[in-house]
Design a protein around this ligand. Structure first.
Ligand SMILES: Nc1ncnc2c1ncn2[C@@H]1O[C@H](COP(=O)(O)OP(=O)(O)OP(=O)(O)O)[C@@H](O)[C@H]1O
Ligand SMILES: [Mg+2]
Length: 507
């Protein structure tokens, strides 16, 4: 008997439907062949499925079994095919109905028949819906994640035995009800708040501008000035994610197996802070089965590179392409894969090796050559891609010891969200989310300057030696500053502030 069960493979971040064909036919008992480019985990599924069927008190067909995973030219990996294979074997052995039209099965089996978590459920659910599938049979722990994709009936499966009872209409399993999950509607929590940072008002302003338009920032300052503290409170001033953004981010975390089961939807913008010893592949992604790197894990959020000058120069250079294109493309013999990488770069560094160059209270012990060499560890092309360069000086005792708390993150976030609202209206109907996403055509359309502004930027181009890229980036930054001020047109004052952020870096 030939059973055909629908399942799903992951290719990068996206799902592809896979037919699991199981033929139970006369022949040598106990032989199970699996064909269709399976990896080792799928080959081992033979043992798991056999034990799971026995331990679920079902009987394993005493026949020869051939399993084909179609399309045959697609490499398949992971243990997610255990469940469809088991259902196919049971169906081929007349213990379950032969056909399950409109249903998709995924899940790993443990030897006792329990169905275990698999990665990438949300991507699989998305492709299932596009293909017109109505019912999804998934591991119980993954049901909240699958149910985030609307218009699907999600059946949470605890064990193979329970599934067999359900498919034979003996004891139906209740579909998962997403409204029962309070986590989806709860308020996100943040690790740090802006009000805890004393002084540094100009840095906070720069970070607010960066958050409002999605621009890159570099903070330079002596040890203990609050750079790391400021960066860590960034997520709390970033606008809340729209549901589309949240689903994009959730897909990435789901594929990487980094989604906690009790939190099916990533609600807070990601904040990634890799150590400076990270490899190029760790940063942009790679591996035999390409996995997203830190730039993709920071998609729609912040990539914080602390001790920026300590990162390997060649490591940092791989950031140039994603910073410009906002996607990472990894080539493999089997084809190229793209991962989204639209992140905000926030970097922090000391001005020199000893850390005190330009500090008012501490003498710098570095020679001029050492300071120069330290700065050059970050290449010109990379510096050119950073919109906001800001100095973070030491905080005075009075500010630090005073009792006045600064503005809360919630207040800053309200302004940031208002600015983003203007951007959303501006970019309605396009794939752009914020000002930093604009290409040259949109810059021309949305960043028009008045006469005073044109005079200012002409002088600045000459004086600061701005590149064409920097020119566009300054205009985008000025657009954000105008949005924060609630102005339709970019005024000279907005442009002047944008240029100031460039000037600090061009020292
Ligand atoms: N502006 C500030 N307001 C309140 N606390 C601060 C401030 N700056 C520093 N601190 C205190 O000092 C600690 C260290 O600050 P932080 O780690 O942010 O310094 P840094 O600028 O990153 O230094 P380094 O260059 O050595 O990495 C903070 O955890 C906090 O307790
Ligand atoms: Mg630090």
């Amino acid at each position: 008997m030939l059973a055909k069960i629908t399942s799903c493979a992951l290719v990068g971040l996206n799902g592809t439907l896979v037919d699991v064909e199981v033929d139970v036919h006369p022949g040598q008992v106990g032989v199970i062949d699996i064909v269709g480019l399976p990896d080792a985990a799928i080959q081992e599924s033979r043992q798991r499925v056999r034990s799971a069927i026995h331990n679920a008190n079902l009987s394993f067909p005493q026949k020869r079994i051939t399993i084909n995973l179609a399309p045959a030219d697609l490499h398949k990996e992971g243990p997610a095919y255990d469940l469809p294979i088991a259902v196919g074997i049971l169906a081929g052995g007349n213990q379950l109905p032969l056909d399950h039209p409109g249903s998709l099965f995924v899940g790993e089996l443990s030897l006792d028949g329990t169905v275990r978590h698999v990665n990438g459920i949300i991507s699989m659910a998305s492709v299932a819906r596009e293909a017109g599938i109505e019912t999804l049979y998934v591991p119980e722990v993954d049901a909240p994640e699958a149910a985030l994709v609307p218009d699907l009936t999600v059946i949470p499966v605890r064990s193979l035995g329970q599934l067999a009872m359900h498919l034979n209409n003996l004891l139906p399993i209740e579909p998962y009800d997403l409204s029962a999950n309070p986590l989806v509607n709860s308020e996100p929590e943040y690790a740090a708040d802006f009000s805890e940072v004393r002084g540094q008002e100009h840095v906070k302003r720069a970070l607010e501008v960066a958050a409002a338009g999605g621009h890159c920032v570099l903070m330079t300052g002596p040890p203990g000035a609050g750079k790391t503290l400021l960066a860590r409170s960034m997520p709390s001033i970033l606008p809340r994610m729209t549901i589309e953004e949240a689903l994009e981010v959730t897909k990435i975390y789901s594929v990487c197996g980094m989604l906690p089961p009790e939190q099916p939807l990533v609600r807070v913008r990601p904040f990634r802070s890799p150590h400076h010893t990270i490899s190029q592949a760790g940063l942009v992604g790679g591996g035999h089965w390409p996995r997203p790197g830190e730039v993709s894990l920071a998609h729609r959020g912040v990539l914080f590179l602390d001790e920026f000058s300590e990162f390997g120069m060649r490591t940092l250079e791989v950031l140039r392409q994603p910073l410009e294109d906002k996607v990472v493309t990894i080539s493999r013999a089997s084809g190229a894969l793209s991962f989204p990488a639209n992140f905000m770069l926030v970097a922090a560094r000391n001005p020199c090796p000893c850390g005190y160059h330009g500090d008012s209270a501490h003498e710098c012990t570095c020679s001029a050559g050492m300071v120069e060499g330290y700065r050059k560890r970050v290449s010109g092309p990379l510096m050119d891609r950073i919109d906001i360069h800001v100095e973070v000086p030491r905080v005075d005792y009075e500010k630090l010891a005073g009792n006045t708390l600064g503005e809360t993150s919630a207040a800053v976030r309200a302004r940031v969200e208002a600015a983003r609202e203007r951007q959303r209206a501006r970019f309605a109907g396009t794939s752009l989310y914020c000002n930093a996403d604009m290409g040259p055509a949109q810059v021309r359309q949305f960043c028009e300057l008045d006469d005073a502004g044109r005079g200012l930027i002409k002088a600045a181009m000459r004086q600061l030696g701005l590149s064409a890229r920097a020119y566009h980036r300054v205009l985008k930054l000025a657009r954000t500053i105008a949005d924060l001020a609630g102005e339709e047109g970019i005024q000279a004052a907005h442009l002047a502030e944008a240029l100031q952020y460039r000037r600090r870096g061009g020292e």
